[in-house]
Ligand binder design. Structure first.
Ligand SMILES: [Fe+2]
Length: 572
């Protein structure tokens, strides 16, 4: 059986192709449109999937789509509305349209309808016809199935965790009327929902409001709040919590929409400053999410926890979850945002009830050396063939050069895990400032290390509960003394690091670079940051790699089996 999964949302759309239970291809729309967290129907990534995999449309047995009410039906019927919404959301200025959206989202029940409401039943009836219109002609007759938003979050994450039995926690801005859910998953059975919180009590929306009030871009820059939080003190903000959790009901009582943004900006930030307000917001998120998780872990007696949804891009929250005494194992879905729902929709609707630990997320396009050489020739760059690119990469890193690496298939999800990465040894304290300038990056955003998984305990505390999930760079660890003294550039001000543990079996070429480097300099720890500039989506093609390499002025580029030296410096 071949399944096509589609995530269509206001933000972060994408596609996945699964053959049996094997993920053949997965990619998000942002990599094609070059707009971070691109939403709407994923036309370009679907086209790329079809071209790259050469799957025959007639062979696709099911098309599985995420969301009943999210995105709202009018947006699915009239795609231009999505463009307007996307722009309005990203635009920090007040417009009439923005005020209208605010009114609909926060002051009418449209986004918060119950499962059995009239509007949801009506939408379910109309959805198949609307969706078929957006599909390529050859797919319009394929059976079409729809997954509820948070069920898809939970199902995709549980399937990839490999846990036989687990508690699944999902949290995001909102999806199909909900913002947080708790479910029980056990092998061979459908996931059973235990608890939920409405879209009106959303930590995702609260963080979006914080981002907007700080002058960041909402639905893109929430991670910056977590970065800033480590530099502030929550206790300095003497304000009552706008969230309550009473008798299992999570409620948000603060102002919402534009009024919420104005309250944070004019009342909180003006009085306490961004860093302390960030720490306060992070504290609230951790307090209530952990309270919900602990409560249900205790009630069910489960000790394996699976999390998904955009809120779990928050690596500090994830650190506290894997450190809980109630948790033996934590798994954070590698593509935790709505882009990951394309696989989740397949898992939920087709009943993938026998989880297998996902080994890697190198699920996008790869390019041949011939294709890469053609790009380099076209760019007029001189390059040399490398008989052993991994060894050369390690030698360049040992010389403290900044190396762009473009090799193998593109990563799925928000993290570059070695194949579309910028790498440099994490020793020189000045390297972070240099990289921030080269990549036009915020200086309070910490850089993350990658290290051989077998060396994890030398550099990180409390690894065991998050060993598998840390392969995808989704959790923080407290750093050892050795990490803090030898590799300070990748340790955040609070003494933690978002470490990527690189397993030989699952990420062999990157692992080899780290081991070769360790042989040369005594440590296999490198700084690994996304290969992109100006906070654009991570690069996808050889052309993107060449452009970013030249624009950022990296010292060297290992691209496929070739080495390109920076024409301007001649250092490599
Ligand atoms: Fe979501």
């Amino acid at each position: 059986m071949i399944y096509l999964g589609i995530s269509e949302d206001l933000f972060d759309a994408g596609v996945t192709l699964v053959d049996g239970e094997r993920i053949v291809f997965a990619s998000n729309e942002e990599r094609y449109t070059r707009r971070k967290n691109e939403g709407g129907f994923p036309h370009q990534s679907l086209q790329a999937l079809l071209e790259y995999t050469q799957v025959d449309l007639a062979d696709i047995d099911y098309v599985c789509v995420c969301g009943h009410m999210t995105p709202p039906l009018p947006v699915r019927v009239f795609p231009f509305l999505h463009t307007l919404l996307f722009k309005a959301h990203r635009n920090r200025e007040e417009t009439l349209f923005k005020k209208f959206v605010d009114l609909v989202m926060f002051h009418t029940p449209v986004a918060r309808t119950s499962e059995q409401s009239f509007s949801r039943r009506l939408t379910r009836r109309l959805l198949p016809a609307v969706m078929r219109r957006a599909l390529p002609r050859g797919l319009r007759r394929a059976p079409l199935q729809f997954a509820e938003h948070h069920r898809a979050h939970a199902a995709g994450a549980w399937f990839c965790s490999g846990f036989e039995e687990a508690l699944c926690l999902t949290a995001d801005g909102m999806g199909d009327g909900l913002s947080m859910t708790v479910s029980h998953a056990v092998t061979g059975k459908p996931i059973e929902r235990l608890w939920s919180a409405s879209a009106g009590s959303s930590f995702g929306l609260f963080f979006e409001a914080l981002a907007q009030a700080f002058g960041f871009t909402p639905c893109r820059d929430e991670g910056k709040i977590t970065g800033l939080a480590a530099t502030g003190k929550a206790e300095n903000v003497r304000e009552p919590s706008p969230f309550t959790l009473v008798n299992g009901v999570l409620t948000y009582t603060g102002p919402v929409g534009r009024k919420g943004v104005a309250w944070i900006r004019d009342h909180l930030v003006a009085r306490y400053g961004r860093a302390d307000v960030s720490a306060w917001g992070q504290d609230l998120l951790e307090k209530y999410t952990i309270e919900v998780a602990r409560d249900w872990l205790r009630r069910t007696g489960l000790r394996h926890l699976v999390v998904a949804g955009g809120v779990f891009a928050n690596v500090k929250l994830n650190q506290h979850l894997h450190e809980l005494e109630e948790v033996d194992r934590l798994f954070v879905y590698p593509n935790m945002g709505d882009g990951g729902l394309s696989l989740g929709a397949i898992c939920e609707t087709r009943g993938f009830y026998f989880p297998k630990p996902i080994q890697h997320v190198f699920l996008g396009e790869a390019y041949t050396d011939e294709q890469i050489a053609a790009t380099l020739n076209k760019a007029g760059l001189s390059f040399e063939y490398l008989p052993d690119p991994e060894r050369t990469a390690a030698q360049l890193l040992a010389k403290d050069l900044i190396v762009g690496r473009f090799r193998g298939a593109m990563e799925w999800g928000p993290r570059a895990l070695g194949n579309r990465s910028i790498l440099v040894r994490a020793v020189d304290p000045k390297i972070t400032g240099r990289l921030n300038t080269m990549l036009s990056r915020s200086d309070f955003m910490p850089f993350a290390p990658a290290l051989p998984a077998e060396d994890a305990e030398l550099y990180c505390h409390g690894v065991e509960a998050a060993r598998h999930t840390a392969e995808f760079m989704t959790v923080c660890f407290r750093c050892t003394e050795r990490m803090q003294t030898e590799h300070a550039p990748v340790v955040h001000v609070d003494g933690t690091a978002r470490a990527q543990l690189v397993e030989k079996e699952n990420n062999p070429t990157f692992h080899r670079i780290l081991m070769e480097l360790k042989t040369l300099v005594g440590s296999g720890v490198v700084l690994n940051t996304s290969f992109n500039i100006h906070e654009e989506p991570i690069i996808r093609t050889p052309e993107h790699a060449v452009n970013a390499f030249l624009a950022a002025g990296l010292d060297a580029l290992i691209i496929g089996s070739y080495l390109v030296k920076q024409p301007r410096s001649g250092q490599a």
